[in-house]
Design a protein around this ligand. Sequence first.
Ligand code: GLN
Length: 486
Amino acid sequence: MESHYLTVHELEELLRAGETTSLEITEAMFRRIDAVEERVHSYINLMKERALEAAEASDRRRRDDAALGPLDGVPIALKDLLCTTGTPTTCGSRFLERFVPPYDATAVAKLRAAGAVILGKTNMDEFAMGSSTETSYFGVTRNPWDLERVPGGSSGGSASAVAAGECAASLGSDTGGSIRQPAAFCGIVGLKPTYGRVSRYGLVAFASSLDQIGPLARDVEDCAILLSVIAGHDERDSTSFPAPVPDYRDCVGRSIKGWTVGIPREYFIEGIDPAVTAAVDRAVSVMKDLGAECREISLPHTRYGIAAYYVIAPAEASSNLARYDGIRYGFRSPGERELLDLYRNTRAAAFGSEVKRRIMIGTYALSSGYYEAYYKKASQIRTLMKRDFDKAFASCDVILAPTTPTPPFKLGEKTDDPLQMYLSDVFAAPANLAGIPGISLPCGFTADGLPLGVQLLAGYFEEGKLIQAAAALEKALFTEQRRPAL
Ligand code: GLN
């Protein structure tokens, strides 16, 4: 049976009804991976043997007990910065090519405990720095909708794997848009939770005050299912929030009649592709048809977002990446006799140029005499942006905006121009700076058949509202089922 494009909840139903087994689904998934992976390259490492064992174990559980959770036996992929025992966690870097973590990330442990079948680790920009998955040491990932285009980044492999039918759903991480932007580029749904909603234990750190783990999936309901499993307090991450986790799935299928939707004027700027504006306009009119009031709002500090993000994220990265010294784990430059040579040559050899650029920018921004001018200023902007959102959510249930300023761009198009690359996060990074949750969902195609995304944002820990609005919008927007012509 061809199950590779089914949603998590469709698989759940088939499994529950006894119409298929996890082993059947998992084997079909690996056949699909064999068929398309050479063209798409979503994965860095597969975990086939362990996946098949997990599928068989799920089938055994099901024979003994019919009441299993929705993820039991369902094949899931993980971005390769989530620690997994038994398989390398490379972060897309030569540095960690052979690094096998001694423990599972909390989100991974929760997936395993829920019975999910982990298929493998997906490709990503090196240390999650990028918007196109082109900075991976393991080669580029291609957009399943057009193999000459990027899948977005940095969770490009997690997004392309879902879009190409190489997993039922996946986990990614979002520091400045890395779940939402690739979801938009690959025509799927991606959710960045509130900072603190999901434990970051075992997530290799990029920018610790911005990083969040979240799901990428074929629809909003699947994102809700995954979020309910991975969310929650964890004593090993002191920034994880000690509040009970709702069953987010309950929010799917509810009306948003009477809701207020804010449309931020600052998100419709010069340079935005007309196809994006047209698709977002359509989403706005659909929201109105659903009985929501759409009202223009202002988030006046939006235009400082990218500048603040590209000071704060590299600053934190430069500090987090200091641990890669060639001594404790990861790559080590061979034959060095002096400590400084060891550091210098190890880091020179094993970091790619984008990572080095971030380390230099970040070190500069934190250095004595410049800290006040850069890092502190950026932190102040961050506070102003938070206040913008607080003010907006005092009168709006959700905010609707484009996810990205353009459709997926060509491979190589922005690799020589980091600023252009950074600008693809212009609508995504503000949510990370403020810490609020956001979701991107498909909202149509360009004339050339490239997917477009629309983004919804909500207040702190309002993932339920986000899912409720996104599910309603998804249902009303849906016109025809398209698949990439792979
Ligand atoms: N593209 C952004 C960057 O390069 C965001 C990355 C992310 O969210 N991990 O930093």
